[in-house]
Structure formats: structure tokens, C-alpha cells
Design a protein around this ligand. Structure first.
Ligand code: JDK
Length: 261
């Protein structure tokens, strides 16, 4: 029934999400691998309504920027109160602000975060949060990439998803995290399933051969070819076998000679 029962940790990884849109997370976190992990008690994902930490009649969370300019800024008081309340449960929780100016989120950063036990994710809106929040309570600022979102919530979901699937027991044994793209630094080979022929396209013959050595070699070469074509930057960081280098040289020579495939 549960193949990972024996290695199940006693305490769940906790993600607290400070947001003015707690409802944003409800459907996403019920579905798929993350929903199952939550149900199994491996992760606890808790949206926290920032407005619960306001004290004024209108439950205000934003105000106009000092110095003028367009847009509003998240007011510091409710944010700091929310963090303090959550830190009372675990003073060691890591406080992360999602922000376009943060450190860019990568697989490597996901692995580092997955070694912790408790993240408090602050989701801003408008133009972002008052800088004093960053100075007083934020441990780390994270960006999920060089594009501008309208708030931190989708970025928080991305971080929660990527970190959760690295936790023991979250993925089934069949889909273990270390055979993922990026864990070996290359893009993945193409995948095929039934039917054997679809809209005039056949599954590559080698995948039907049952010859596991040939299949592994084909997949490796497809990975190398795709990575060279689409993400040559990744090849600089990855450590390649002699065989891999030989194959890449071959492709590059073929390209020079104007040969395809
Ligand atoms: C948190 C509010 C929206 C919009 C100003 C920034 C350069 C000036 C904030 N990876 C990633 N992308 N976007 C976010 C993110 C956006 C957020 C918040 C995270 C809170 N917003 C927003 C515009 C600006 N603008 C880019 C030009 C700042 C995370």
C-alpha cells in the first residue's frame, strides 16, 4: 500500500503562506502529487490571511509610496505581525519573500530549501513590500524568473511544488526525483507511449527493440542533442563522459558539414 512507510518522517514540512488572497491556493494544493503529499501528512501548506493581522476598520494592507509615484506598497505592520505570530510556533522557520529582485530559483536552490523543515513565504502585491519588512524579518528573497508577475502568489506555488517533490515519500518509487531533468544537468530525452503509430508518426524503432543498452544509449544521445540545441549553457556545468563528448563533437561536425539528424 505505502512503499515509503518505513522512511516516512515524523514531522511534516510546513509551508506558511502570508497573502491577501488565501483562496488562491485552495485548488492548486488539492490536486496531484502535492494534494497527495498533503493528505499523507508529508507537507502542511497553510495560507495565512494577511488581513487577520490588521488593526484598522478597513483591514488595510497597502498605502501610497513615500516619494510619490504610481501604485501602492504593502504596509509593514501586518506583515511583521504575521511573521512574528508564525515564528512563535517555530522560531527557526526560514522567511522567504517572493520578489522580482530575488535570487533566481533553480533546482539547486530547491534542493537546499528541501533540507529545511519550515518556510514562511511572504507574497506581496501592488509594487511590493515596504523595505523595512525585508530588513527586519526576511531571510531570503527569491525570484522564479526574469518576468514580472502581479504578485508573489504564483511564485510561492512554484517554490512549494518544486521543494515538495524533493521531500522523502512525496514521489512514488517509480518517479524518484534524482532521475529528473536538471538533477543530472541535461534536458530529458523525448518520451513515447501507445499507439505505435500516431498521425503518420512512428515511435523510434530502438524503443521497441527491448535492447536496454541500445535504448539507454539512444536516450542519452537525445538528451545531449536537445541540450546542445536548446540549452548549450547547461553543458558547461555538467560533467560529461568521454563517450558524451565524442557524440557532441560528432553532432557539431555534422552541423558544420550541413548534415541533418
Ligand atoms: C512579488 C508584487 C508585482 C510588479 C516593479 C519590477 C522591474 C519594476 C512588483 N519572479 C517574479 N516575478 N515577479 C515576481 C513578483 C512580483 C510581485 C510581487 C513577486 C509583489 N509584485 C510587481 C512590478 C514591480 N517592477 C520589475 C521593473 C514590482 C516574482
Amino acid at each position: 500500500m505505502n512503499p515509503t512507510n518505513l522512511s516516512r518522517p515524523q514531522t511534516a514540512f510546513v509551508f506558511d503562506i502570508i497573502t491577501i488572497f488565501p483562496g488562491y491556493f485552495s485548488s492548486a494544493l488539492k490536486e496531484g502529487v502535492l494534494g497527495k503529499a498533503a493528505q499523507a501528512g508529508l507537507v502542511k501548506i497553510r495560507p495565512v490571511n494577511l488581513r487577520d493581522f490588521t488593526t484598522d476598520r478597513h483591514r488595510t494592507t497597502d498605502d501610497r509610496p513615500y516619494g510619490g509615484g504610481a501604485g501602492m506598497v504593502m504596509t509593514p505592520e501586518p506583515l511583521v505581525k504575521a511573521v512574528s505570530a508564525l515564528k512563535e510556533e517555530n522560531s527557526k522557520a526560514r522567511v522567504v519573500l517572493l520578489s522580482p529582485r530575488g535570487k533566481v530559483f533553480t533546482h539547486e536552490l530547491a534542493v537546499k530549501l528541501s533540507r529545511l523543515h519550515h518556510l514562511i513565504l511572504i507574497c506581496g502585491r501592488y509594487e511590493g513590500v515596504d523595505e523595512r519588512v525585508v530588513e527586519k524579518v526576511v531571510d531570503q528573497e527569491i525570484s522564479i524568473g526574469d518576468y514580472v508577475l502581479s504578485g508573489g502568489e504564483p511564485a510561492a506555488l512554484v517554490v512549494i511544488d518544486a521543494v515538495s517533490r524533493l521531500l522523502p515519500g512525496v514521489l512514488g518509487c517509480r518517479e524518484s526525483a534524482d532521475s529528473d531533468s536538471f538533477s543530472d544537468g541535461l534536458l530529458e530525452h523525448p518520451h513515447y507511449t501507445r499507439p505505435r503509430e500516431f498521425m503518420g508518426l512512428s515511435v523510434p524503432e530502438v524503443l521497441l527493440s527491448g535492447d536496454h543498452k541500445r535504448i539507454a544509449a539512444w536516450r542519452r544521445r537525445q538528451s545531449l542533442r536537445l541540450t546542445l540545441e536548446r540549452r548549450p549553457d547547461l553543458l558547461e556545468k555538467v560533467d560529461l563522459q568521454e563517450e558524451d563528448r565524442r557524440f557532441l563533437k560528432e553532432i557539431k561536425n555534422d552541423a558544420k558539414a550541413g548534415r541533418s539528424g
